[in-house]
Write a protein that binds this ligand. Structure first.
Ligand code: NAD
Length: 238
């Protein structure tokens, strides 16, 4: 572990699974008879906006009843204790739209797929903090238009903050992927980018992901066990 200064950690739905938030694949890809892909695309929103709003209203309400688990807490501890150098040193890039990393106390978190607790106004383009439902078309707090949608990145849309992520991957000495299936691009390609640019790569996942073979090392088991043990190791070796 010596010689490591810059760490990029990619998290996915698996890191929140033990907090009681279903991963997409856990439910067999189905939500109330609908394929997940049918409620997570811009086309689905055009076709049946009420269905999509109801799906996100339900998930937004659910995450507010869940608590961070030992994996979120361990990553928050690493974030607090790992040195910051010119704003660099460590970055948690999450595909998750829940707020459990932040509630555990992590600060250096970038939500590449957006956040459940924000609404995006398609009329004025502002993002507003949002905790309640959107189904009844409430007015945008900024412009008053009834044009709010969940501020989440749907399949086929461009993930957020890719330039910052690529810059961090370029400088990474260590890339760690936690609780992600390796099925959703572009996040699934980060391991190869980081590795090609010289980073050591580690997977922590319940089972081998689709991209397992790209990692120098893979450890398999529940995030609440693997992540605290790994964080302890990294901090001890520093
Ligand atoms: P995914 O559902 O495709 O895969 C989850 C991965 O986590 C699987 O490989 C599974 O083996 C692993 N896993 C399950 N339980 C685990 C545990 N206890 N410990 C460690 N690993 C565990 O999720 P993804 O790769 O993140 O991609 C799906 C997309 O769906 C992402 O865009 C994500 O943002 C979104 N999503 C987010 C949430 C959330 O915010 N919590 C929940 C579901 C889906």
């Amino acid at each position: 572990m010596t010689g490591i200064r810059n760490i990029v950690i990619l998290t996915g739905a698996g890191v929140s699974a033990e907090s009681g938030i279903d991963t997409f694949r856990d439910g067999g890809g189905l939500w109330e008879q609908h394929r997940v892909e049918d409620v997570t695309t811009p086309e689905a929103f055009v076709r049946d906006p009420d269905l999509v709003q109801r799906f996100y209203d339900m998930r937004r309400a659910a995450i507010q009843t869940r608590e961070p688990n030992a994996a979120h807490h361990a990553l928050a501890r690493l974030d607090a204790e790992w040195p910051k150098e010119d704003g660099r040193g460590l970055l948690i890039v999450t595909q998750n739209v829940d707020d459990l990393h932040e509630r555990a106390g992590a600060n250096r978190v970038l939500h590449m797929h957006g956040e459940h607790l924000k609404a995006w106004c398609t009329a004025c383009d502002r993002r507003s903090p949002w905790r309640g439902p959107l189904l009844d078309r409430p007015p945008c707090p900024a412009c008053g238009a009834a044009a709010l949608r969940p501020d989440v990145v749907w399949f086929g849309e461009m993930p957020y903050r890719m330039d910052e992520i690529h810059e961090a991957l370029r400088e990474a000495d260590l890339f760690v992927s936690i609780g992600t299936s390796g099925a959703v691009y572009p996040a699934a390609g980060f391991v190869r980018t980081a590795r090609d640019l010289g980073a050591r790569t580690l997977e922590l996942n319940l089972e081998p992901s689709q991209g397992s073979r790209w990692f120098h090392e893979a450890r398999h088991g529940p995030a609440t066990e693997l992540v605290p043990a790994w964080v302890k190791e990294v901090l001890a070796a520093r």
